[in-house]
Design a protein around this ligand. Structure first.
Ligand code: PLP
Length: 376
C-alpha cells in the first residue's frame, strides 16, 4: 500500500496561532508599559523565524531579537520593519551587515562603539556581564564608559542596557538574585541619566520567576513556542506547544523471535512482533541518541522506537497483530488521540533541553504553517 496523498516522510507542523496565544499569555505577566521582545534566532528555535516573528507580533510583541546579523537581514527581507536587536558578537563585516539591516547591536567596549560610528552610526545596547560569563563586560564602570561613549558618539544612539541570567531556570538558586541586583545597581542610575533607554534582562524563565526582573522589556524565546522554560510541562503553565513532528508508516515487517532491526542489531526481538518503518532519521534531526530510547504515537498509542536511529529511517515496535498499516500517521512530537509526546520528554530521553530538540530539526524537514488546523 502506498502512503496517502497528505502524508509526508517528515513534516513539522507549526501552529502560528499557538505562538500568537503564547505571546499574549506571557504579556499577562507584564505590567503596563513593559515591552515584549520575541527571540526568533536559530530560525525561530526551529519553527521558522519569519513565521514566528509575524505570529509573535500578532500576539503583542513589539521587538524582535536574533543572534546573528544575517538573521536580521532575513527578517528585513521578509518585510518586517519593527525594531530588531542582534544580541550576538559581531565581526567587523557582520557589524556592517547588521547596521545596514537597521538592527540594534550590543556593545561592551569602546572600540566597538567607534566601529558603529565609523559605519555611519546605529543604535547600541550596552551589555553588563552580571554573571553569565559569556558576552558583556563584568566591570560596571567600564559598562558605564561604553554607554557614555555611545551617547556621545556622532550618529550613535544609546538605546538600551542589558544583561542575561545564567540560572533563571533553576528555581531556588540564589545566583539569579545576585545577578539581578548587580544589573539593577548599574542600569537604574544609567537610566536616570538617559531616561529614554530600555533596560532588559529577563528571558522566559526569569519573566515567569520574578517580576522585578522585567525592567522595561523582556526577551522571550522558548515560552513563545510553547516550550517549558523549566523543562516541565508547558501545558500546565498555559503554554501551547506550537510544533509537531510527524512521519508515517512506510513499511510493516513481521519480525520473528531473534530477528533484528537496524544497524548494529541493537534491537533483537524477544518475541514475534511487527515493526513499522518510519522514513525519518537523524538526517532530519531525530537524534541517534533516541535509539531504543523513545516512544512514537501510532494510532493514538505510544509505541517504542526499537533499534538504531539511522539517517533516514527509524523502526517502531507495533506488536502482533500489527497495530498499524502502511500510510498511518506517526507522531514523534505532538498529540495523537489522547496521547502526547512533548519536546521536553524527548529532551529528557536525550539528557538535553527542549531548546535543542526543536533547534535540532534540520532543513530537510519541511515546515508547514497552520492556524489551529486551517492553512496559515
Ligand atoms: C541574550 C538572550 N536573551 C534572551 C534569550 C531568550 O531566552 P529563552 O529562550 O530562555 O526565553 C536568549 C536565548 O538563549 C538569549 O541568548
Amino acid at each position: 500500500m502506498t502512503a496517502g496523498p497528505t502524508t509526508m516522510r517528515a513534516l513539522a507542523r507549526v501552529n502560528v496561532a499557538a505562538i500568537e496565544r503564547n505571546v499574549a499569555r506571557m504579556r499577562l505577566e507584564l505590567a503596563d508599559g513593559v515591552a515584549l521582545c520575541a527571540v526568533v534566532k536559530a530560525d525561530g528555535y526551529g519553527h521558522g523565524a519569519q513565521q514566528a516573528a509575524r505570529a509573535a507580533l500578532g500576539g503583542g510583541a513589539t521587538w524582535l531579537a536574533v543572534a546573528a546579523a544575517d538573521e536580521a537581514v532575513a527578517l528585513r527581507g521578509a518585510g518586517i520593519d519593527v525594531p530588531v536587536l542582534v544580541m550576538g558578537a559581531l565581526t567587523p563585516a557582520e557589524l556592517t551587515v547588521a547596521l545596514e539591516a537597521r538592527a540594534d547591536v550590543v556593545a561592551w567596549d569602546e572600540d566597538f562603539v567607534d566601529a558603529v560610528a565609523t559605519r555611519g552610526g546605529g543604535s547600541v545596547h550596552v551589555k553588563l556581564d552580571s554573571g553569565m560569563g559569556r558576552l558583556g563586560t563584568r566591570d560596571a564602570a567600564e559598562a558605564t564608559r561604553v554607554a557614555e561613549a555611545s551617547a556621545g558618539a556622532a550618529n550613535v544612539r544609546l538605546a538600551g542596557a542589558m544583561t542575561h541570567f545564567a540560572t533563571a531556570d533553576e528555581r531556588g538558586d540564589a545566583f539569579f538574585g545576585e545577578q539581578l541586583e548587580r544589573f539593577a545597581a548599574w542600569a537604574e542610575p544609567l537610566r536616570r541619566a538617559h531616561p529614554h533607554i530600555v533596560l532588559h534582562a529577563a528571558n522566559s524563565a526569569a519573566t515567569l520567576r520574578d517580576a522585578t526582573a522585567h525592567f522595561d522589556m523582556v526577551r522571550l524565546g522558548v515560552a513563545i513556542y510553547g516550550l517549558d522554560p523549566f523543562g516541565d510541562d508547558a501545558v500546565a503553565r498555559d503554554l501551547e506547544p506550537a510544533l509537531e513532528l510527524r512521519s508515517y508508516v512506510a513499511a510493516i515487517k513481521a519480525v520473528a523471535r531473534g530477528e533484528s532491526a537496524g544497524y548494529g542489531r541493537r534491537f533483537i526481538a524477544e518475541r514475534a512482533t511487527h515493526t513499522a518503518t518510519l522514513p525519518i532519521g537523524y538526517g532530519d534531526g531525530v537524534r541517534r541518541g533516541l535509539t531504543n530510547n523513545a516512544d512514537v504515537l501510532v494510532g493514538g498509542v505510544r509505541r517504542p522506537l526499537v533499534g538504531t536511529v539511522s539517517m533516514d529511517n527509524v523502526t517502531v515496535d507495533v506488536g502482533t497483530p500489527p497495530a498499524a498499516v502502511t500510510g498511518d500517521e506517526a507522531v514523534l512530537i505532538g498529540a495523537q488521540g489522547d496521547e502526547r509526546i512533548t519536546a521536553e520528554e524527548v529532551a529528557q530521553r536525550l539528557r538535553t533541553i527542549n531548546y535543542e530538540v526543536t533547534c535540532g530539526l534540520l532543513a530537510r524537514v519541511p515546515r508547514v504553517y497552520h492556524r489551529d488546523g486551517d492553512p496559515a
